[in-house]
Design a protein around this ligand. Structure first.
Ligand SMILES: [Zn+2]
Length: 117
């Protein structure tokens, strides 16, 4: 935490002051909540990235970048397998993608083993 208040998002004035839960800019009269904006802490949306750093979103199509062993199956999910309509989840372990893999069915994958298609 810093003691300095953020500059006004409207006019970039550094003279903003606190008024209750709001910040007020005396230069342009803009009022805003310091909790909004680009504060990455707290309940901010988690950003999930693929193996090369692309940000993933619900509904994306991804490609598996390496053979993946599947519990209960003699066949691995082959590298290059396309998975459509992923859903980002807070899954077990590092698993953060919920999806249906063609030929295998619904399962969770790690974002580190896929690439956005
Ligand atoms: Zn201002």
């Amino acid at each position: 935490m810093s003691d300095a208040l953020p500059p006004c998002p409207e006019c970039a004035s550094e003279y903003a002051y606190e008024d209750g839960a709001l910040l007020v800019c005396p230069m342009c009269g803009h009022e805003w909540s310091p909790d909004a904006g680009d504060d990455a802490a707290g309940d901010a949306v988690r950003v999930i990235k693929d193996a090369v750093g692309n940000v993933l979103a619900d509904g994306d199509t991804v490609t598996v970048i390496k053979d993946l062993k599947v519990k209960g199956s003699s066949q691995p999910i082959k590298v290059g397998t396309k998975v459509r309509g992923i859903r980002l989840v807070d899954g077990v372990g590092d698993h953060d993608i919920d999806c249906t893999v063609p030929g295998f069915g619904p399962m969770q994958l790690k974002s580190s083993v896929v690439k956005k298609a």
